[in-house]
Design a protein around this ligand. Sequence first.
Ligand SMILES: [Zn+2]
Length: 241
Amino acid sequence: MSQTELLYLPEPDKAYEKEFTARVIEASKNHVTLDRTLFYPTGGGQPHDVGTLETDETIRITSVRNQKGAPRHEVDGTPPSQGATVTGRIDWDRRHALMRMHTAQHILSAIAYETFGATTKGNQIHTDYSRVDFDVDTFTEEQLETLQAEANTVIDDDIHIEGYEEDRDKLKERIDVERTLLHLIPDHIKRLRVVEIPDVDICPCAGTHVKRTGEIGELTIQRTRSKGKGRTRIVYDLQTP
Ligand SMILES: [Zn+2]
């Protein structure tokens, strides 16, 4: 169990908070661990947040990584000492871009599975473009057009997204295990964080997502690339809505 309270969960509203106060529970030469944080640590294809921590002076957080279940904030400068109270601020423009990209990935993965039976094998989110890898040899032009058009229909429909916790066993009974890669989540995790885009997708995920699909912006599939037999990569970008 994490010793740090993750303030960006549960969604949807919590993922929109930008500032918080916390106490330093551990500090070394170049990193701090906090009792609570809004900084998302790299994981699940979503990159970490950046931002600042303020005490008497303001220092930059350049990277955040999970270390034994607790986000470790890499600092650029002298870290605040153990026990200090800090005000943290995340770089919201970066985070919001990642939230839009990440939510778009759920939509692409859901439609590709539903329409073509293509299972997602990996993904990497960036602020300006992102990619999803599927377990197929190729997609035809027509399939790509369908995928892009259906994703944009979901985006245009401005669907309200839900985030909640659910027992693994209960979730397993009502979702598609292939689509969600539930079997890849370690067995000992019995309680899962679920992201649901009603009528589109239900997926366990601990990343950050937007509240409404309309916030994502128009999606364009830029290109595809073969990553060997049975693996095709789709690269996409988004317009600012
Ligand atoms: Zn997600």
